[in-house]
Design a protein around this ligand. Structure first.
Ligand code: NAI
Length: 659
């Protein structure tokens, strides 16, 4: 009889204890309080009858350990509770690290956060060489710190530079990179993983030691490393918005990686982190992302063949993205000479992605089939129209396509400004048409809007969402309203920024004010990137008769269309905007320019463009990069004391549950 709910111990003939984590009633392993408490009992039991060695492994197909249970973070409403949670893991993993017999973590699939901290507390680590294997300490992305020994032990095995890079960005490494960094002792194929772990624990090799220079950098020279890393962090994130990376640096360099040792009154203490709204908001953003991932889950729809019509900026990149995700793609345009540039672009992307593995890159490229005659339409599971933004052209195309498409296939348009109702008007069955609105550049933007008209068949919209999820994008269901959600909120924001230019404020000052607010890029640079002609057309579509900003009109008339023309509000060289001195930033500038975005988001919620305020926040964060530390525009409106129309109910809104 297994005495544990989540763990299993099997002792073999070599007296190795194989300790399997298989968390009850969960598809993946998470280190909840209950699982950690039971691990303490497991260690007690092992202490009574010590094995010759122990190997930790997962009983799940999904991976090793996904980390701590993030649901539990939402209940950390006092510094005391945070200290208890951190203290429990810190002590338990110190205990694991102190075990006299050899211990090993056998890592297959994801090994994240607390999972990697458990693995780091073992003497050895074996990683299975598969694409799904990923090791990371992503705590910083939730505004917290790897307090269960990660800040102590990761620098001890990889040296501080690699460790800080992982801890300060949250970025993960695969099995091969982990082996290169010294993070794992072995990187092996799945079929020999048990034998590799067995051989390692029986070898009694001492744990890997850092070379002398790395030891110095992780010892007496910590201050030098920390100074450099701090300067890098400061370029990406301000301490007032994102305290966690600064805390990680302080805890590592001055407190031996022990979060509990930092005095409560220091700005880098656990107490300060728990008190910061950023932590709450980033955890909120995590759950918002989980909620988006949940859309389309129930449809059971799976696509294997996508037919894209229009091989231009968007169609070409959509085709490459889908092929990169394992789908067969037929790509149609008016002539082969129009398809060729898209294929060339895709070839470059795949070469970069496959890092020198030419065969793999070629296999990906071969999944894109040029298809001038549109033969792929009949077999496709998803048909995406991405031709010119012209209603007549779209009508002609769709009317011809409809009789050829499989009954169960998704028929989608990538339109950014036309109404789905208007486009579908020529169809025998307009209910089958959905919008699948990708953003430019396709490879970089995580969000895709799934647009329904009033009479769109909800089953089709669910299928479209399932497809979006299948290609690893975040689907956001929206209604067919002008600009949908993302462009409807970006438009007024960019317009206000351009009005400021008309009033004489320097573009540099505007962009600086907004990046200081926490936007990934200033609005004027964004207009240059999108293209001034596109901005002008979008502005017309969204605002109707309102006169466009003066400078915008002048620049468009002069052919200065932004980055693509080498000149717009800025001059562009080598893909970079040439900015002059920022000069004085007028008081309240960021608030003035953000306000129209906040108002537009609220309007979209009131007009049911999105189902609720949380989804509006998710869409604006993942569709525009809106400062994640705020928790999104609606959350920001609710939390901001000086808000013109405070909505206290909003701030108190419970977090959506993970899907
Ligand atoms: P584009 O002008 O780069 O490409 C359009 C392509 O469609 C051209 O290669 C053209 O030859 C082809 N085409 C036109 N009529 C055709 C037909 N009857 N049959 C086959 N091919 C045909 O356009 P872009 O920018 O890629 O836009 C495509 C769609 O995506 C538009 O609806 C646009 O509103 C939307 N969109 C554009 C974004 C952008 O940033 N460019 C962002 C999101 C959506």
């Amino acid at each position: 009889m297994n005495p544990y709910r989540h763990w299993r111990i099997r002792r073999d003939d070599d007296r190795i204890a194989w300790i399997t984590l298989d968390v009850a009633c969960s598809p993946m392993n998470k280190l909840s309080v209950e699982v950690m408490t039971e691990l303490a009992t497991v260690l007690d039991d092992l202490e009574r009858y010590p094995p010759a060695a122990a190997v930790f492994l997962s009983g799940k197909d999904a991976g090793f350990i996904a980390g701590a249970d993030i649901e539990e973070f939402t209940r950390l409403d006092s510094p005391q509770k945070a200290r208890e949670l951190v203290g429990r893991g810190w002590e338990l993993f110190n205990r694991l690290a102190a075990i006299a017999y050899p211990t090993c973590a056998l890592i297959r699939g994801h090994c994240l956060g607390g999972g990697l901290e458990l693995a780091l507390a073992c003497r050895y680590r074996v990683a299975v060489d598969e694409p799904a294997t990923r090791l990371a300490l992503p705590e910083v992305m939730l505004g917290i710190v790897p307090g269960w020994g990660g800040m102590l032990r990761l620098p001890q095995v990889t040296g501080p530079a690699a460790a800080l890079d992982m801890m300060l960005t949250g970025k993960g490494v695969d099995a091969r990179k982990a082996k290169k960094l010294g993070l794992v002792d072995e990187c092996v194929p799945a079929r020999v993983m048990h034998n590799a772990a067995r051989a390692l624990v029986l070898s009694r090799k001492p744990a890997r030691e850092l070379p002398l220079l790395q030891k110095l950098l992780n010892g007496p020279l910590k201050a030098v490393v920390a100074r450099q890393a701090r300067a890098q962090v400061a370029r990406r994130a301000q301490q007032k918005h994102y305290p966690a990376p600064y805390a990680i640096l302080d805890m590592w360099s001055k407190f031996g990686g022990n979060a509990l040792a930092v005095p409560a009154d220091r700005p880098t203490s656990l107490d300060a982190i728990v008190a910061s709204p950023t932590t709450r908001n980033l955890v909120r953003v995590f759950f918002l992302q989980e909620r988006l991932k949940g859309f389309g889950k129930d449809s059971g729809f799976e696509a294997s063949h996508v037919h894209v019509i229009g091989a231009g900026t968007m169609g070409g990149d959509i085709a490459a993205w889908c092929a990169g995700r394992g789908m067969t793609v037929t790509l149609q345009d008016q002539g082969i000479e129009r398809i060729a540039p898209a294929i060339k672009r895709a070839a470059r992307v795949f070469e970069r992605k496959c890092r020198g593995d030419k065969l793999k890159a070629r296999m990906m490229l071969e999944r894109i089939v040029p298809d001038v005659d549109g033969r792929g339409v009949r077999q496709a599971d998803v048909v995406i129209e991405a031709i010119f933004e012209n209603l007549e052209a779209k009508h002609k195309l769709l009317a011809a396509l409809e009789p050829m498409i499989k009954a169960e296939a998704v028929l989608a348009t990538n339109t950014s400004s036309l109404r789905i109702e208007d486009i579908g008007a020529v169809l025998q069955n307009p209910a089958r048409l959905v919008g699948i609105h990708f953003f430019n550049p396709v490879a970089k933007m995580p969000l895709v809007e799934v647009v329904s008209a009033a009479d769109t068949d909800p089953a089709m919209a669910r299928r479209a969402a399932a497809f979006v999820k299948q290609i690893d994008k975040l689907p956001l269901p929206v209604a067919s309203a002008p600009g949908f959600l993302v462009n409807a909120v970006l438009g007024p924001y960019m317009l206000e920024a351009m009005r400021c230019v008309d009033e004489g404020v320097a573009p540099e000052a505007i962009d600086r004010a907004l990046t200081d607010f926490g936007m990934p890029m200033g609005p004027i640079e964004l207009v240059d990137l999108v293209g001034l002609d596109v901005a002008m057309a979008a502005g017309k579509a969204l605002t109707g008769a309102a006169a466009p900003p003066k400078h915008l009109s002048q620049l468009v008339a002069a052919g200065s269309l932004g980055k693509k023309a080498g000149k717009g509000f800025y001059s562009w060289h080598d893909g970079k905007a040439q900015k002059g001195k920022t000069g004085a930033v007028p008081e309240g500038l960021a608030q003035r320019i953000i306000q129209p975005l906040l108002d537009a988001t609220r309007r979209c919620v009131e007009q049911d463009v999105v189902a609720d305020a949380d989804l509006a926040d998710a869409g604006v964060i993942f569709g525009t990069g809106f400062a994640p530390f705020t928790g999104g525009p609606m959350n920001h409106l609710g939390a901001r004391p000086a808000s013109p129309k405070p909505r206290p109910a909003q701030a108190a809104r419970a977090l959506p549950r993970a899907a």
